[in-house]
Design a protein around this ligand. Structure first.
Ligand code: 48F
Length: 266
């Protein structure tokens, strides 16, 4: 005769699972309708910036159009998952606990999945929250041209025929907005489309110039709007750098300093 063994798992059923997801999602979403910092894009620059601001106890939400976080940091280049950083950004890898190898003078290599997952985990540990599968459509613009929030929609809405989905977006407010959307510079583009900003696009690759230039140009470009990472190249017409990530990490740090200069004023 077969004997019944006690179940391994708790008795929570389907309705409990659904309630847990809906309840927690709605609670967090409502809480983050207003935050200190909204970051568009969860690539290396956005994650780095968010981590540092959340470590200072600021309320940070990163809006990411994909279902996965990390942007281009999983893959080094040409579909190969080794990422490079040039010194001095190897120190950031040390801080994150990412193993890396010095392969030539001033150049370090790490595993993309290891580096990217450590950075995501560090941002989560610091308290950053995420709205993924969510696309930034527009900005909230206030008096004096101050960027005061982001207009967002579910990413799938974009890929559905207009006659089926006429779904209005919703808006989130924040004290500071950061454009970390990479080459697209999606937030800045909403201003450029209205003639409020020039957007020359990035110049051809030149790694020795581009990394320094991106970090130097990182900062506030309009009241309330900070630009970081590859979006800086697009906005200032700087050379691209290809598959090396030191400037993304240091630009994220510099963007966080620019945000703190505003947030710490109270
Ligand atoms: O592209 P991405 O990794 O930007 P980054 O932090 O780093 C750039 C490097 O990966 C690499 C490089 C230099 O090393 O050339 O490209 O500047 O991450 C940008 C993130 O923003 C998301 C996008 O899916 C990606 O994860 N994103 C872009 N547009 C939107 C967006 C949008 N409109 N709404 C939400 N997310």
């Amino acid at each position: 005769m077969a004997t019944e063994t006690a179940p391994l798992f708790s008795k929570a059923g389907e309705k409990d699972v659904t309630r847990a997801i809906v309840g927690e999602f709605a609670r967090q979403f409502e809480e983050y309708v207003e935050s200190d910092v909204l970051i568009a894009g969860a690539g290396p620059s956005g994650l780095m910036c968010g981590k540092l601001l959340a470590e200072r106890d600021y309320k940070v939400l990163i809006v990411e159009r994909n279902n996965y976080l990390g942007g281009g940091f999983w893959i080094g280049g040409y579909l190969m998952n080794k990422v490079t950083v040039r010194e001095p950004a190897d120190k950031v890898l040390d801080e994150l606990g990412v193993p890396h190898k010095k392969v030539s003078e001033g150049l370090h290599v790490a595993d993309g999945p290891h580096a990217c997952s450590k950075l995501i985990a560090a941002a989560c540990d610091a308290g950053v929250k995420f709205a993924n599968l969510t696309t930034v459509d527009d900005v909230v613009l206030r008096e004096g041209g101050r960027v005061a929030g982001l207009v967002i929609n579910w990413t799938p809405v974009r890929s559905m025929p207009r006659e089926i989905t006429c779904v209005d977006p919703i808006a989130l407010e924040s004290r500071v907005v950061v454009d970390a959307t990479g080459h697209d510079a999606s937030v800045c583009r909403t201003l450029a489309d209205r003639g409020l900003l020039e957007l020359p696009g990035c110049a051809p690759m030149w790694v020795e110039r581009s990394e320094d230039a991106v970090v130097e140009h990182t900062g506030e470009i309009r009241p309330g709007l900070i630009v970081i990472g590859m979006a800086v190249s697009t906005v200032f017409g700087l050379p691209r750098m290809g598959p090396t990530f030191g400037a993304m990490l240091l630009s994220g740090q510099r963007g966080a300093q620019a945000a703190l200069a505003q947030l710490d004023q109270g």
